[in-house]
Write a protein that binds this ligand. Sequence first.
Ligand code: 5GP
Ligand code: ZN
Length: 115
Amino acid sequence: MSDCIFCKIANKEIDSKIVYEDESAVAFRDLSPQAPEHILIIPKKHIGGVNELTGGDAALMGHIMAEALPKLAKDLNIAESGYRVVINSGEDGQQTVKHLHVHLIGGRKMTWPPG
Ligand code: 5GP
Ligand code: ZN
């Protein structure tokens, strides 16, 4: 999508600190980190959010959640200490960027409930 900031990051039209990339996903550091480690993992193809997912995205999301994310957590050395995985969805979920992204947040003790 031409006016999507995360599509531009995936296409390297906008600079970001990329920490992981493969054929279908890319992960980069959040511009405004909420913890010592705050990574956004996105599908390279534009998906607006969780509501736009279809069964055809199952393999892609399985790859992100079951392969890319645990590898990143391990590489960042937070797999054992723990971390939080967040997908904000829609207005009440405080989704601000309308390209599906998985927050991987760690390096400090989280609080609960989230605000
Ligand atoms: P959301 O609130 O939609 O779940 O999360 C969007 C996240 O994207 C926010 O944590 C915000 O800091 C981050 N973000 C917004 N624009 C940019 C950008 O241009 N580059 C990077 N690296 N992160 C961004
Ligand atoms: Zn996009």
